[in-house]
Design a protein around this ligand. Structure first.
Ligand code: DC
Length: 221
């Protein structure tokens, strides 16, 4: 039996995480937040004093990442890192280790193991292109850098962090540049992905569009 997979890819702060959670909730599916694995790998390397450019060492940490996801919390080597992996610094560090081919390879099997019954919603950059190329439904979710920076700004402020909107727009552009220009698994829509620009859409409208695309793919089977 093939496990249904809905791949949701797109740039940072495009709302993928929220949309993936909501779509999974509606369908009773599992969720893979693949960005969290890159964030955890980077944080683990930093904590152990491993340089983020040391591809072999970072990849070996990724292969045996002592991470656990427990009802909304993320734990790394016995420490609750739910907040620590969400900082802009952790995102920046994640983007650096994500550009290393050996690191991406080391995380492949772990990501694919999430495809369990009754189905999976996978959120990331290369879900539809590399990790789950056979996914029935592929969505590439995007929004303007300004809209994404504003969403990230609100999230940071709500969580009690400080934030600077202009700096966030700049960071967003820099991270987009690195994620789209890297040699391995660059951020780009799969040829068969539905490209959704959410700049003018609310969360419910995007969730509905993803569910519609999934239902269409099910009817076509
Ligand atoms: O989605 P996020 O912001 O948590 O991802 C953090 C970084 O990890 C992002 O800069 C790009 C990278 N990433 C990736 O290269 N491939 C994925 N499937 C998910 C994230």
């Amino acid at each position: 039996m093939t496990i249904p997979v809905i791949a949701i890819d797109g740039p940072s702060a495009s709302g993928k995480g929220t949309i993936a959670e909501k779509v999974a909730e509606k369908l009773g599916f599992n969720v893979l937040d693949s960005g969290a694995l890159y964030r955890l790998t980077a944080l683990h390397a930093i904590r152990l004093g491993v340089r983020l450019t040391d591809e072999i060492s970072v990849a070996s940490l990724a292969a045996t990442l002592p991470a656990e996801f427990r009802t909304g919390e993320v734990w790394l080597a016995g420490e609750n890192v739910t907040r620590a992996i969400r900082t802009e610094d952790a995102g920046e560090a994640a983007s650096k280790v994500a550009a290393l081919p050996a690191v991406r390879k080391a995380l492949l099997a772990r990501q694919r193991a999430y495809a369990e019954a009754p189905g999976l919603v996978a959120d990331g950059r290369d879900m539809g292109t590399v990790v789950f190329p056979e996914a029935q439904t592929k969505v590439f979710l995007t929004a303007s850098p300004e809209a994404r920076a504003e969403r990230r700004y609100k999230q940071l402020i709500e969580k009690g962090n400080s934030a600077n909107l202009a700096a966030l727009v700049q960071d967003m552009r820099a991270r987009d540049e690195r994620d789209t220009q890297r040699a391995v698994a660059p951020l780009k829509p799969a040829p068969d992905a539905l490209v959704l620009d959410s700049t003018q859409l609310n969360i419910d409208q995007v969730v509905e569009a993803v569910l519609k695309s999934y239902r269409t793919s099910q009817n076509l089977k």
